[in-house]
Design a protein around this ligand. Structure first.
Ligand code: ADP
Ligand code: MG
Length: 460
């Protein structure tokens, strides 16, 4: 049996049946390893695919495979790294569940506070955010059923708010569920009003209003929960709201600039609840994703033909890793070129237009931290380790690389870099930088790694 051709038949078969978003997210990167003893072994890219495909698509997959192969199979989902230990596992066997939500009516977008411009369609997916994207889509397709709450966290400007609106918009479009998006500041404001006396003239009851607004919904999206810190009474109220919705299997989606564990400003019992569902970290985009975002944004502005590749690369390399700043750079460039009456946008013009914002980006206070993070991720060690005094070579070599990058890519002094790396002496830092410098000259692999890291760091 040729499993590749079975699978490509299968994929083209179901492609027509799913939205292109669902197909791309859940099926495009799958592969059929083999069919053996009535078991179909399907390779999936991430753990989240196992659950999502099992819960949502198993009967469809079984049926379509049956059409092609003429027999019914059990499905076994595997990650690439699990292929070696391939002993048929019972936990991967699929139960037949048929639960496809099928409700058509649209909801009032206005009351939901959703911004229609933030959708899955215009969210660009790359390595740093593909897990967050898949988790968000999974929740959007099954509100209240898959991961509750969904807790998205990461630095500012990485797309958390965008993804949350995308979930909300998707749900509103595909079901009759009632969605409410609020920032935690709005929640605080609404709660504070409940302490007011009822408005006798208009007969307005704020407590009723609050209850209606927050309990009478199917999906609550609350953005930047870290700002709830300090407001103790409001936290208490949020705790009740959370419990109420949660017990009714209503979907709750929360974002924050840090993980529940690091949200020390919130009460423990709230933080614990936030870990009941799925916590997803969204990371800064690497060079490749930044370029793709710039390219897509340019197309969406209708400027595709006017901006050449070297300009895209220039923006993606020089504007840091915050997507909001990337967008700002594009806007500035477009505005500058029209102000100058330039017919074409070329590299010279881009350099001129962006010179202020780009020189500001370099030498930012947190560049050392960003370099430490990116190098640690690349070598799969922890940031704590790279900043520690540990001497094992799997840690000290990445540390030397990170120190070298800090030296050549920021304006930090040797002593300062030493402080950031576990309190090292400035001569140790100098020695490490020299060592890497010399090694790059003779070791092409290392030179390539350094090039890639520089691009990911985004200051070259
Ligand atoms: P956060 O809430 O994490 O601070 P936002 O969701 O507000 O970030 O994102 C900042 C801006 O960058 C928004 O305009 C958003 O549309 C855009 N953006 C972020 N990530 C992406 C992405 N992957 N694809 C397209 N646009 C993005
Ligand atoms: Mg935000």
């Amino acid at each position: 049996m040729n499993f590749d051709s079975i699978w490509s038949n299968f994929l083209s078969d179901i492609k027509d049946e799913l939205s292109s978003l669902a197909f791309k997210t859940w099926f495009e990167e799958t592969k059929l390893l083999k069919i053996e003893n009535s078991k179909a072994y399907i390779i999936v890219p991430m753990p989240i695919h196992k659950k999502h495909l099992t819960d949502n698509y198993s009967s469809l997959i079984v049926e379509r495979l049956n059409n092609i192969t003429g027999s019914n199979c059990e499905l076994v989902f595997l990650l690439n790294e699990e292929i070696e230990e391939l002993v048929p596992k019972t936990e991967n066997i699929v139960e037949n569940k048929n639960e496809i939500e099928n409700t058509e009516e649209l909801n009032e977008v206005a009351q939901s506070n959703l911004k229609p411009q933030y959708t899955f369609d215009n969210f660009v997916v790359g390595n740093s955010n593909k897990f967050a994207h898949a988790a968000a889509l999974s929740v959007a397709e099954n509100p209240g059923k898959m991961y509750n709450p969904l807790f998205l966290y990461g630095e500012s400007g990485l797309g958390k708010t965008h993804l949350m609106h995308a979930i909300g918009n998707y749900i509103v479009k595909n079901s009759t569920k009632k969605v409410l998006y609020v920032t935690s500041e709005q929640f605080i404001q609404d709660f504070i009003k409940t302490n007011r006396k009822d408005d006798l003239e208009t007969n307005f009851n704020y407590v009723e209003f609050f209850k209606n607004k927050y309990r009478n919904i199917d999906v609550l999206i609350i953005d930047d929960i870290q700002f709830l810190g300090g407001a103790t009474k409001t936290q208490r109220e949020f705790f009740h709201t959370f419990n109420n919705l949660y017990n009714d299997s209503k979907q709750i989606i929360i974002s924050s600039d840090r993980s529940p564990n690091d949200l020390k400003v919130l009460e423990d019992r709230l933080r614990t609840r936030f870990t009941w569902g799925l916590e997803v970290n969204i990371f800064p985009p690497d060079f490749e994703l930044r370029s793709e975002i710039v390219r897509k944004k340019i197309i969406s502005e209708g400027l595709e033909n006017e901006i050449p590749d070297d300009v895209i690369e220039y923006i993606a390399s020089n504007t840091g890793t915050n997507v909001r700043q990337l967008e700002g750079a594009i806007t500035r460039l477009v505005a500058y070129s029209s102000m100058m009456g330039s017919a074409e946008i070329n590299l010279d013009l881009a350099v001129e237009a962006l010179k202020d914002s780009i020189s500001r980006g370099i030498g930012e206070k947190n560049d050392v931290h960003r370099i430490q993070k990116i190098v640690s991720e690349y070598f799969q060690i922890s940031v704590e380790d790279i900043r520690s005094k540990k001497r094992s070579s799997n840690i000290s070599f990445p540390r030397q690389i990170a120190m070298y990058l800090c030296r050549v890519m920021t304006n930090e002094s040797f002593p300062h870099i030493g402080i950031e790396f576990g309190g090292k002496d400035h001569s140790t830092v100098m020695h490490s930088v020299e060592k890497i410098e010399n090694e790059i000259k003779v070791n092409k692999d290392l030179a390539n790694i350094i090039e890639k890291l520089k691009k990911d760091i985004g200051l070259v």
